[in-house]
Design a protein around this ligand. Structure first.
Ligand SMILES: Cc1cc2nc3c(=O)[nH]c(=O)nc-3n(C[C@H](O)[C@H](O)[C@H](O)COP(=O)(O)OP(=O)(O)OC[C@H]3O[C@@H](n4cnc5c(N)ncnc54)[C@H](O)[C@@H]3O)c2cc1C
Length: 153
């Protein structure tokens, strides 16, 4: 393929990985980020996509849970309420997707993406041009109640 000049908007794990593979294919890549790469979700999550988390965010019960989270400063979720067309349109689509059917349809796709991501992390770790910390010791999940465990699985 002919070499191309490519601009990637956003330097989270998705933008950086895309840049890594495009560069490996011989393209010239520039990443443009509105911040300092220390503000996005990837920085807070150490750049990791967890292979075991395959239930989509849009699932039954998530709307009420999301509402409760909005009022809990220690929760992982907050959206500033505002009259924004895109936000409202996204909210409606999200609400319509919170169905058992959507969860069933999404599980396999998310699992495949996560397992592929895991393979690619291991592959990247071998690359002499990248220096990052990765350990594969498994994942310990601790639950406060059996209901909590059922909801996650
Ligand atoms: C606390 C926490 C825990 C998480 N736990 C898990 C987990 O256990 N398992 C899991 O799989 N996932 C988890 N996630 C989710 C996972 O981290 C994200 O899905 C993933 O990091 C998203 O990567 P991204 O590159 O798409 O977005 P981000 O990492 O958010 O990167 C987006 C980048 O784009 C930049 N940007 C945005 N808009 C613009 C613009 N207009 N112009 C220029 N730049 C822009 C931002 O500054 C940012 O640097 C967690 C997230 C958080 C915050």
């Amino acid at each position: 393929m002919a070499q191309k000049k490519i601009i990637i908007i956003g330097g989270g794990i998705i933008g950086l990985s895309t840049a890594y593979y495009l560069q490996a294919d011989g393209h010239e890549v520039v990443i443009v980020d509105k911040g300092n790469l220390k503000e996005g979700a990837s920085h807070l999550n150490a750049g990791y996509l967890t292979p075991s988390h395959i239930v989509p965010m849009a699932a039954p019960g998530m709307i009420s849970k999301g509402m409760r989270w909005m009022f809990d400063a220690s929760s992982p979720f907050y959206i500033k309420p505002r009259m924004n067309k895109d936000l409202i349109s996204w909210g409606i689509k999200f609400m319509k997707s919170c169905t058992p059917n959507h969860v069933q349809r999404s599980l396999k796709t998310i699992l495949d993406i996560n397992l592929l991501s895991k393979e690619l992390y291991l592959e990247m770790q071998q690359s002499p041009s990248l220096d990052f910390h990765l350990e594969t010791k498994g994942l310990l999940m601790a639950y406060q109640s059996s209901q909590c465990r059922k909801r996650r699985s």
